[in-house]
Design a protein around this ligand. Sequence first.
Ligand code: HEC
Ligand code: HEC
Length: 224
Amino acid sequence: MRVTFITLALLATPTLGTAEGLLQEQCSSCHSLSGPAPATAAAYRDRKGPDLGYAGIKYRAEWLEQWLQKPTRNRPAGMFYGKHIKTSPKGDVVDKASLKPHLKLDAANAKAATTALMALKEGAERVKAGDYKTGKISLSMGEMLFDKFRGCLACHQIEPGYGGVSGPEVYTIGKRLQSDYLVSFMRNPKLWEPKTIMPARKLKDRDLQKFVHYFNGLAAEDFQ
Ligand code: HEC
Ligand code: HEC
């Protein structure tokens, strides 16, 4: 691990000048920085990291800058769960040893990378500013909707260790992602990820709003 850290520190220095250069050199081997999402099931499965070409309309800048300095796992079974699940006597479990820690940036590079990422806005026309209207829902009502009525818990964790592992956890979504993006994504996941395994449920606008209220409520809880 120590060797990796030193290598990264060395790599980071010459790119300090241009943040775009930093993204290109250190991130583009795993993340697409522009255009279209994987169009085949194989490309979707083999993708090494989430697409960042629309980072500026998806992520919250404050979260990005912190996360890049102290990355945590958002997808309990990695980018594609099928590659990180092993069978055990207890059923299928996440093969943690197959998941690598994410590269870390120092404060200056995290700031520069965040500025460059927030400028990436491909597909901005899919998000309507103000689509999400601030509101509230109790955590128990939110959970009922997420788990019992819509079956989302099968793929998403609502607290560490509780819920399915094939999708990103949702208990930090309120800190991570922009609310208007969330509404757009849940309204039509295939618009963003044509090959996603997330089913298109044709959720009513009322429910889309409630889900975002719920995520924002969860993010206010102190799970970590
Ligand atoms: C070796 C491959 C690899 C490299 C290099 C890499 N990443 Fe990642 N990145 C990943 C994977 C895999 C994930 C998903 C981790 C997870 O969700 O647990 C990820 C997740 C992320 C996320 C969180 C996305 C989300 O939706 O949760 C951001 C932001 C990110 N990377 C930015 C960067 C930046 C900026 C760089 C370059 C400085 C970079 N990454 C370099 C593989 C990589
Ligand atoms: C079959 C598994 C599955 C089910 C069921 C499912 N999702 Fe997902 N969801 C995913 C995956 C996988 C992703 C990540 C996008 C991708 O890589 O395809 C995702 C992404 C998301 C995101 C964006 C999160 C992020 O970090 O980018 C939200 C929000 C979301 N799902 C909400 C829901 C809601 C609400 C439901 C129930 C109506 C639901 N999901 C049901 C698998 C699922």
